[in-house]
Design a protein around this ligand. Structure first.
Ligand code: ATP
Ligand code: MG
Length: 422
């Protein structure tokens, strides 16, 4: 026998026992975004490697060590998308969606990063991405955060906490960068290898280090919030005031820098109590320079991404109800050749009249006893039985499978009425 093949490490199957919770969450997301006036934009899974290098930044974990990059048959370097913002901006520029326009956009789908798989961290994972272009003020920052807060409420999540920071303008970041370099230079002997590599290329990245040995040094590093320019400070106050008015609690976290290079001003993360070490399940920020950096005309932008695996873990821990998604209302049993030939047509007539009916028709034959077993296992509320006797009288036998109500024999019209209320 040939050896059995396994899925690639870190690329997980979502089994039929998993997908109802996913589907419930995805339906909630879609509906909520619709209600806030966000439109879906779907971008490809593959882009030129150059796009990610330019947008995410060369000196980042993603570009340095996490991308799935390969050369295609044409000799082009392509990369499976590690995040969606770059593709959004590329598409927005390419199709003229950005300049002098307001766009509220979203997409959902898989992302790919070569990381160490563990709870809440996989190599193929899924994000919901929400982005807004053409709005420079703190109102849209606040709207996005309020939207996420509503989403958590609608999913019944508890133990969620919002962290906020401002990275200031490009100029104030530059000033801060110099403070940071001199601070870390004074403590050079305590830096790990990654941080030494980044010291002069991208010192802010050091603050995002996951190495516990770096934690103490990072904790006493100078704070970006102390170096904010005036306009960024006003912007940040505007955001906080709107959140206060809406009653959304938050913590200021001056060490929040986030993984990607392109952020300015507002950055935020939602962390969850139920997630263990990988506890950030949503993160976002403003990236006013990115569109111009990628060759478009200068357009402000802000967005966030929710890690859906982590959101699903949160929702499961908080007991989100989703169990009935696949449970049929009725299971149609067909006994004998005539019933087998006419049964699927009956099922279609029922579906025509009851558009929300979940009906499983028995396929693959089997004895009455056998089909009853399948009906029972399906979790259906009713078994509908079509046999020679029922066909002869133009009737259908209906057996409730839950509870102790007796079996009845009904006309097709009466069956429709009965199933109308399930
Ligand atoms: P982390 O610090 O956990 O590596 P990140 O800063 O790299 O996260 P972002 O690029 O901001 O993550 O992506 C947004 C969200 O996507 C994260 O908050 C997280 O919920 C999710 N995410 C990121 N990487 C993974 C992964 N490898 N597996 C599962 N979810 C992920
Ligand atoms: Mg990461």
């Amino acid at each position: 026998m040939a050896p059995t093949l396994q899925a690639i490490r870190g690329m997980n199957d979502l089994l039929p026992t998993d997908t109802p919770l996913w589907a419930r969450i995805e339906a909630t997301l879609r509906d909520l975004l619709n209600r806030y006036g966000y439109q879906e934009l779907r971008v490809p899974l593959l882009e030129y490697t150059e796009l990610f290098k330019r947008s995410i930044g060369e000196v980042t974990d993603i570009v340095e060590k996490e991308m799935y990059t390969f050369t295609d048959r044409n000799g082009d370097s392509l990369t499976l998308r590690p995040e969606a913002t770059a593709g959004f901006v590329r598409a927005g520029i390419q199709h003229g969606l950005l300049h002098n326009q307001i766009q509220r956009l979203w997409c959902t789908g898989p992302m790919f990063r070569y990381e160490k798989p563990q709870k809440g961290r996989s190599r193929q994972f899924h994000q919901l991405n929400v982005e807004a272009f053409g709005l420079a003020g703190p109102d849209i920052d606040a709207e996005m955060i309020l939207l996420t807060a509503r989403l958590w409420r609608e999913l019944g999540l508890s133990g969620v906490h919002l962290q906020l920071n401002s990275l200031g303008s490009a100029e104030s970041r530059q000033a801060y960068r110099n403070h940071l370099i001199s601070y870390f230079e004074t403590h050079y002997h305590k830096l790990d290898e990654d941080s030494r590599n980044r010291l002069h290329r991208n010192p802010l990245r050091i603050l995002d280090s996951k190495n516990p040995q770096m934690a103490e040094l990072i904790a006493t590093a100078p704070l970006l919030l102390d170096h904010l320019d005036e306009q960024s400070a006003t912007h940040f106050e505007g955001l906080q005031s709107r959140l206060d008015q809406a009653g959304i609690p938050y913590t200021l976290n001056p060490r929040l820098v986030r993984g990607l290079d392109y952020y300015n001003r507002t950055v935020f993360e939602w962390v969850g109590d139920h997630l263990g070490a990988q506890n950030t399940f949503c993160g976002g920020g403003r990236y006013d320079g990115l569109v111009a950096h990628l060759g478009g005309r200068s357009t402000p932008g802000i967005g966030f991404a929710i890690g859906l695996e982590r959101l699903v873990l949160m929702a499961a821990a908080c007991g989100l109800d989703h169990t009935s998604a696949y449970t049929p209302h009725a299971y149609l049993i067909m006994v004998g050749t005539a019933a087998e030939h006419q049964g699927l047509a009956l099922a279609e007539r029922l579906r025509d009249q009851l558009p929300t009916l979940r009906l499983t028709a028995n396929c693959g034959g089997g004895s009455l006893k056998n089909q009853f077993k399948r009906a029972d296992r399906s979790g259906a509320h009713y078994a509908l039985i079509l046999g020679d006797a029922e066909l002869a009288n133009a009737q259908i036998a209906v057996k409730p499978l839950r509870g102790s109500d007796p079996q009845q024999t009904l006309t097709e019209a009466a069956v429709v009425e009965l199933l109308r209320d399930v």
